[in-house]
Design a binder for this molecule. Structure first.
Ligand SMILES: O=C(O)c1cc(=O)[nH]c(=O)n1[C@@H]1O[C@H](COP(=O)(O)O)[C@@H](O)[C@H]1O
Length: 282
């Protein structure tokens, strides 16, 4: 009998149980790669070696990896091949670590079937980031994949995220990001596979979301290069179990050193962030 693949949420909860809350963002730019990685290699080989070296150096410290598709699509088919190799490498060597494809997809329903095939079946990611703009009905192809995580943008980390996300809406005149959080937690999550994105740069909003959604997993980017505060993030973002957080740092970890020691430096940065996160959990 073929056993069911372990679900995204169950993989995640096992990592949290072991005290791992850091998500390393695998967002490589060829021009920023260390010379030791680029020398004598094609861009495809260099991107793959860089990300896989960081995976090997940090696998015992993380709750997830999050490659952002943009950084691979930028290099055309070579980039897509690199992304495929990186996900395959991580899934075969570290099957206990969930992979989040950060692609911020979502379209009308039948178009979403294409995104589902490419992210979950071709790339074999465990979860994907999506935006909520088309509503629950359109999201059925994602939501029906019980084993895969559907991580919905609520309050994003960028300075201009309030333009739409903070608009006061509905009878209660609450900010739109809270309506998104409520609908996802209470109406979209029939299969227990939903999560939300809330930026670490907005701890007050993070707290409001956490109060509204119970123990729903939250992907929290914005630590490191974007300046989010770790203490405020953990205090606002942890759930009733002291879990619930996928705290992403990309540039702050992957570019910790430009030298031959880049992977070891990524490990040191991941360890420091993990220790700091755990020091604020209750
Ligand atoms: O969905 C995301 O991961 C995301 C949402 C958000 O609100 N802000 C945000 O920065 N991200 C992503 O998280 C990563 C942040 O990278 P660094 O700023 O380098 O740590 C990038 O891949 C972003 O695209």
């Amino acid at each position: 009998m073929v056993s069911e693949p372990e679900s995204f949420v169950s993989l995640l909860e096992r990592r949290w149980q072991q005290g791992h809350f850091v998500c390393v963002g695998l967002d490589p730019e060829y021009d920023r790669l260390p010379a030791v990685v680029k020398e004598g290699r094609t861009p495809e080989a260099a991107l793959t070696l860089f990300a896989c070296s960081i995976i090997d150096a940090t696998a015992d410290l993380v709750c997830a990896y999050k490659p952002n598709s943009a950084f691979y699509e930028a290099y055309g088919d070579a980039g897509i091949r690199a992304l495929k190799q990186i996900v395959s490498y991580s899934k075969s060597k570290y099957p206990e670590i969930p992979i989040i494809l950060d692609a911020k997809r979502a379209d009308i329903g039948n178009t979403n079937l294409g995104y589902v095939s490419s992210s979950f079946d071709f790339l074999q990611a465990d979860a994907i980031t999506v935006h909520p703009y088309l509503g629950k009905e359109a999201m059925a192809p994602f939501l029906s994949r019980k084993d895969k995580g559907v991580i919905v943008l609520a309050k994003t980390s960028n300075p201009g995220s309030g333009e739409f996300q903070d608009l006061l809406v509905g009878e209660t005149r609450e900010p739109l990001y809270l309506t998104v959080a409520r609908n996802v937690a209470h109406h979209w999550n029939n299969n227990g596979n939903c999560a939300l994105v809330v930026g670490a740069t907005y701890p007050a909003e993070l707290q409001r979301v956490r109060e509204l959604v119970g123990d729903l997993p939250l992907l929290i980017p914005g630590i490191g290069a974007q300046g989010g505060d770790v203490e405020a993030t953990v205090k606002a973002g942890q759930d009733s179990r002291g879990w619930g957080m996928i705290i992403n740092s990309s540039r702050g970890i992957i570019y910790a050193s430009k030298g031959f020691d880049f992977a070891q430096a990524a490990r040191t940065a991941t360890m420091a962030l993990s220790t700091e996160i755990n020091s604020y959990r209750s």
